[in-house]
Design a protein around this ligand. Sequence first.
Ligand code: 13P
Ligand code: SF4
Length: 300
Amino acid sequence: MTLHEEIRYLQKKHNAVILAHNYQPGEVQDIADFTGDSLELARKAADIHAAVIVFCGVHFMAETAAILNPGATVLLPAADAGCPMADMITGGQLRELKAQHPTAKVLCYVNSTAEVKAESDCCVTSANSVAVAQSYPPGQEIIFVPDRNLGSFTAEKSGHTFFLCPGFCPTHARLTVAHICSAREAHPGALVLVHPECQKPVRDAADAVLSTGGMCRYVQERPENTFIIGTETGVLHRLRKENPGKTFFPLLESAVCPEMKKITLEKILWSLRDMQTIIAVPEPVSLRARRAIDAMLAIH
Ligand code: 13P
Ligand code: SF4
């Protein structure tokens, strides 16, 4: 049997669904039953009726799936695939921030641990952070963790007072305005799309600021044929596959998240064969974290 056939055989045997984030290696996206951004994957994980979910992404995503679908066994094929940004704030640090700003609501990016989600009023993703913030009345103070860049983007768009914390994505932090200037020179007329995890000067120099799922929809709606993509390069695989008549260039070829690339086809196979690594969240934390995730899903 080929690797693909073995994976399909084990998938059927265990009644498993394979989910992949848009940043996953191309061959992983291709074998997945569903590929999407963080919000789309959270919705999908909540709705899946399968015994097993193989989550091809990083730890916090598998954890979110386990919280949303406690009846399913959630497997992360690379046990050590984490998100450095998610580890930039702890539950204890968030409790200190809450004590400093007792009337503020807490919004937390899904790129966070279950413990941090459990301390939050509502989760957000890069696709819905502005809509979630706008659901609060004018004048609402908001503590936003852990990403200072998505936080400042959301603050600008919503007009609320935000208390930010210093977290950031090391991969998106590498994208600069100089990269945008050189890309515009090399590809005149191309539209520059960047992710809200980019720093403000980069966001301001781009034509649009979008989540990875937002980018996939945007390029289909636009008449332009050439796009510069300012995010982790994995999404280019999906953009090229879905839009064979259009041309996509990465803003920075080396903008690769090493954590997202830890998953391989072999690891998916071993994960299904050995039922490893199971991601589970202790019930008291899971129930409180779920309130924050459900609050998000109810808004957008
Ligand atoms: P999306 O919210 O666009 O899925 O990507 C955010 C991200 O960095 C996932 O790690
Ligand atoms: Fe975390 Fe950035 Fe990698 Fe996303 S791309 S998983 S935010 S380090």
